[in-house]
Design a protein around this ligand. Sequence first.
Ligand code: GDP
Length: 296
Amino acid sequence: LARLRERLARTRGGLGGGLAALLRGRGVDEEVLEEIEARLLLADVGVTATTELVDALRRSRPRSGDEVVAVLRERMLEILAPCARPLEIPDEAHPFTILTVGVNGVGKTTTIGKLARRLRDEGLGVLLAAGDTFRAAAVEQLQAWGERNGVPVVAQGTGADAASVIHDAMTAAKARGIDVVVADTAGRLHTKHNLMEELRKIRRVMARLDPGAPHEVLLVLDATTGQNALAQARRFHDAVGVTGIALTKLDGTARGGIVLAIARELALPIRFIGIGEGAEDLRPFDAEAFVDAILD
Ligand code: GDP
């Protein structure tokens, strides 16, 4: 919790951390409410959620900074709690398959590494599929990570068919009794190859091997890209049906309010948040811990 607080310091500074100072010695007047509204918008909470939060403040007529924080906490939790649904891996799925999607640079490969480590530490057998066959560096990065951590990686050469790599990985996992397959995919949006088409094909191939697969379509989003992350989410969700979100780089931004915008606008489970580059910095999303870390 202390680490979460420390890593979210920039967001807290813009939001809650400044509230006490803002309110010291003043009543909660219209000017103060407007200042709070401006701060929420600056933190990327988004227009819809911000309007709801400020309306709730107006209705509750808080008289002190403490009351403002209490109302914000309660309302933020109402927005976030439905999205705080951790990734659960049931025993029946063999292997459980996670298709990881997202635009280049969002932290997809890093997130796959951290997630694999987390699953391995929980005692699960993990296998990675190097499905970003477009970038040579992506395959190498995944292989290097697998070697360091003793996690097998199924890969083919650059330019190979991603669906075929993931197909091989699922087949190998089944043969070896592995519990979870985490598949990487390409993240290039602006080339003549249609990424969404490729992802749909991967889905079809996976479903042919196991009607339940992919069990999770995990979309990785970069918190520092703000409203752009929302646009990416809509695009991927329309194309392949996202079942969970990993939101990275919350430590590098004062715009951590994007978590609220995502919860409010997308209503998709937020499985994990990334608060740093270390293996332990991928955390299951906990709504209460998050709200406390940005408001207190
Ligand atoms: P990809 O292109 O989506 O696979 O992106 P990478 O996994 O290569 O990550 C891009 C950069 O973001 C790397 O330098 C990562 O260390 C960094 N990164 C990923 N997640 C986080 C995070 O939660 N916090 C911070 N500060 N950096 C992160």
